[in-house]
Design a protein around this ligand. Structure first.
Ligand code: DGJ
Length: 780
């Protein structure tokens, strides 16, 4: 709900309030942001001044107000605000001075009226009621420049989105050096900042730091939202945890260079902002031009980080992902990348597809290497013509064979790229991003296409369209493996516009293709999770989370990702051991359990599995399919046990079913037993809890097996291999009847772990990096 009373604008959702008030025509004061409140009068919330102090500037003379020490929605150094500015522009007179004055406001139902003119993805209302927008209009004192602050309240998700729009109504040129989507000032600085950072195969690890006077910047300058620092940031009150304490979250619907800054001012106030990165950004606006910022996404929870993450999950599911996909159960897939890399031909692929079908897999994804002369990563990007020798015929014919096997057909492309060794480069070198007369350094032997050029955008629409036109492709993996270095286009007058125009070009391509092929499920990918952001999710409902498929690494990666993005967006695959990224050996059930908390896929050579492993996989896939809706669309949270073991849990929307995983990174002998708590069920209802029976390899016990075995089974010997091939032991199974509140607050004291003194069917055998899964179902 949004309302204006006197000079105060109130934005409320179910649980949060954002209150701003006009203190003067140049001062829109940020009065309060946090837990939902009722507002009696603004004066209690206003900053108080009685006299000016020290060497400060008086932005409002009669009230002795210094803009350097007041929470505001917009200000400038001209007014004496020396904190980081969210807007920097060169005015027609060559100065950087601006002074915006309040003119008008408008409140209306629905999202921002000009959303589609922005040429950028944005939050959608979809079917949900209760979304309202507030526009506040300012005009510059000297030049005819209009600035709009736009707020949309998504009541159901406890989210407010914010953006700014600048219109140059003068006849002269202005130049933007920095144009943030929003700024939020907070009156106290006792927060910690949480960021989600990493690199290739190590994406979105959570880092938490105490704030101190000065500025922390979280940004990307690679041309993508990047795996270095995701645009998602949290500010949490000191001491706040996963389950308690006030938390603020901020994200940006944008896939290019982003910038978030959090500053603690000399007066212990916080200023935070997000928007397009000002790094190498200069944007010229001639008379009549409009600049739209991307839309920022702000949320708050008084109940800890899990609850804030759940706000974002709700928002992404209901307002970011296209309606067509946002409740749609996603298929279990097999991807041939880690199974074959570039070394495949038709026979091998069809065998993989047949094995996959046997196990219950639904979609076959043909990854890199099916086009041009591509036998390695040195050539052919841009030549999107099928290699008929490798596939044994046309793409259509191959897809038909996959369909005959009973699977859907998916394909990999990397449309934004061009290999120097490609027909495309030989005929159109000007399509590539290169600075003339300067050596260009390659990344994965490739260059990026210059998407600021419309003809390149058209080429891309056509080349992807040609592949999808075959009509048999139900899934597209859209990869992007090279970052941009020298953002430069020969056709641009001002290359400071390059990075933003690249993103706008990409959005035009994606918009056109998704409108033309609405039924093709697109999974984003950028060397794994290098472009995991809300902008991409508006076009593609799922993203390959990381090239790292090691279950232990995935605990950090998937948990970090889950603070901003729901499970239905995260691709998660079971792969071979030793793991191809870490060389770690983690048992097949734990690899599966971790991948269940996402969109399950398999990425390994299935023909190498033995009989007992095939049986295990078949059971895994049947189990996932049975609970797929809960995994993909349930309410997800992560917890830590007192002994540091992880609990991940997901609860169905109707609170009838929950599934919890206990993950143990390190086994410590003779430590206290695990207590399993699962929250979010109905307090007084009865539930049945049961361990998901899992398979144990006798290899787990090594030589210890000989304590009970009638025949000698040497570790690593032939006998051990033979037994393992055909036989898996069953894990312990525990069963309990509980109530929802028992399970949430008392918890279940689980069976004793294996501690070296004996083993029977009640012992939980849990070496390093193992897990258990528990299914909780409401009793009839
Ligand atoms: C990088 C992706 O992240 C991988 O999954 C795979 O598709 C390769 N590219 C193929 O080149």
């Amino acid at each position: 709900m949004i309302q204006k009373s006197d000079k105060v604008f109130e934005i409320h959702t179910k649980k949060l309030s954002y209150i701003i008030g006009l203190r003067s025509e140049s001062c829109l004061e940020q009065l309060y942001f946090g837990r939902r409140i009722g507002v009696k009068s603004a004066s209690a919330l206003q900053e108080k001044y009685a006299s000016e102090y020290g060497n400060t500037i008086l932005g409002i003379e009669k009230e002795h107000i210094t803009f350097d020490n007041i929470c505001v929605e917009l200000s400038s150094q001209t007014l004496g605000d020396y904190r980081e500015s969210s807007l920097e522009m060169k005015m027609p007179d060559g100065s950087y001075a601006y002074h915006f004055l309040y003119k008008d406001y408008e409140i209306y139902d629905g999202i921002y009226k000009e959303s589609s003119s922005t040429r950028m993805p944005h939050a959608k209302q979809n079917d949900i009621e209760g979304c309202q927008t507030l526009e506040i209009l300012f005009r510059e004192e000297k030049y005819n420049i209009e600035l709009r602050l736009v707020y949309t309240a998504f009541e159901d998700s406890d989210v407010i989105t914010l953006r700014r729009v600048l219109k140059n109504d003068s006849n002269e040129m202005i130049t933007l050096d920095k144009f943030m989507s929003m700024q939020l000032d907070l009156p106290e600085a006792n927060y910690e900042m949480v960021t989600f950072d990493g690199a290739w195969t190590r994406e979105r690890h959570m880092h938490r730091r105490k704030l101190a006077p000065g500025r922390v910047v979280n940004d990307s300058n690679t041309g993508t939202s990047s795996n270095h620092h995701n645009p998602l940031i949290y500010l949490v009150r000191e001491g706040a945890s996963k389950d308690s304490g006030e938390c603020i979250g901020l994200n940006l619907i944008y896939s290019g260079n982003h910038y978030e800054a959090v500053e603690v001012s000399p007066y212990q106030k916080i200023r935070m902002m997000t928007g397009v990165n000002p790094h190498r950004f200069v944007y010229q606006l001639a008379g009549g031009d409009v600049f739209y910022s991307p839309e920022a996404v702000l949320s708050f929870s008084p109940d800890g980080m899990n609850s804030l993450a759940q706000n974002f999950h709700h928002f992404v599911q209901n307002h970011i992902i296209a309606k067509h996909w946002n409740k749609n159960e996603r298929p279990v897939l097999v991807n041939n990348w880690e199974a074959t890399y570039f070394d495949f031909q038709e026979k091998k692929l069809l065998k993989l597809a047949k094995d996959a079908k046997e196990l219950g897999i639904e979609l076959f994804v043909l990854d890199d290497g099916w086009f041009g002369k591509r036998e390695n990563d040195h050539c052919s990007l841009g030549d999107w013509k099928v290699n008929e020798k490798k596939l044994g015929g046309t793409l259509d014919e191959f897809a038909n064979k996959i369909e005959t096997i009973g699977l859907k057909m998916g394909i990999w492309m990397e449309p934004e790229m061009i290999s120097p060794d490609s027909d495309l480069y030989r005929s159109h070198p000007e399509y590539a991003i290169e600075v003339p007369d300067r050596h260009v350094f390659l990344g994965r032997n490739q260059l990026v296409l210059d998407l600021t050029q419309e003809c390149v955008q058209d080429f891309m629409i056509q080349s992807v369209g040609n592949i999808l036109d075959c009509g048999k492709i139900s899934y597209l993996k859209w990869d992007m493996n090279r970052q941009i270095t020298d953002g430069y286009s020969r056709l641009l007058e001002e290359n400071g516009e390059f990075y933003h125009r690249y993103v706008l070009g990409l959005y035009r391509v994606l918009d056109t293709l998704t409108k033309k092929f609405p039924d093709v499920l697109i999974e984003g990918c950028s060397a794994g999770g290098n472009r995991f952001d809300l902008g991409m999710l508006c076009y593609m409902p799922q993203i390959w989370t990381s090239d790292d498929t090691d279950a232990k690494e995935r605990i950090c990666i998937q948990e970090g990702t889950s603070y901003g993005y729901p499970l239905c967006t995260m691709g998660a695959h079971v792969s071979a051991i030793p793991n191809h990224q870490t060389l770690r050996n983690i048992d097949i059930e734990t690899r599966f359990h971790v991948a269940c908390f996402g969109l399950l896929g398999y990425e390994l050579d299935l023909s190498k599995l033995n009989k007992s492993e095939c049986k295990v996989l078949k059971e895994q896939i049947a189990f996932y399919k049975k609970y797929r809706k809960v995994f993909q669309y349930g309410t997800f949270s992560t917890h830590k046990m007192a002994n540091d073991n992880e609990i991940w849990q997901v609860v169905s929307r109707d609170q009838c079913t929950a599934i919890a995983m206990v993950y143990q990174k390190e086994s410590t002998p003779n430590l206290s037993n695990d207590i399993l708590r699962v929250e979010g069920l109905l307090d007084e209802e009865g539930y049945h809890v049961r361990t998901r029976k899992q398979a144990l390899s006798i290899k787990t016990f090594g030589n210890l097996v000989n304590q009970v075995s009638p025949i000698e089974i040497a570790e690593g010997g032939v006998m051990q291999a033979i037994v393992d091939k055909v036989y898996r032991m069953d894990s312990e199974v525990e069963e309990y009847d509980v109530t929802g509140d028992m399970l949430a607050y008392a918890g279940i004291k689980l069976s004793q772990r294996f501690i070296g003194t004996g083993y029977n069917e009640k012992t939980r055998v849990m070496p390093d990096n193992t897990s258990r899964m528990y299914v909780v179902e409401k009793k009839k």
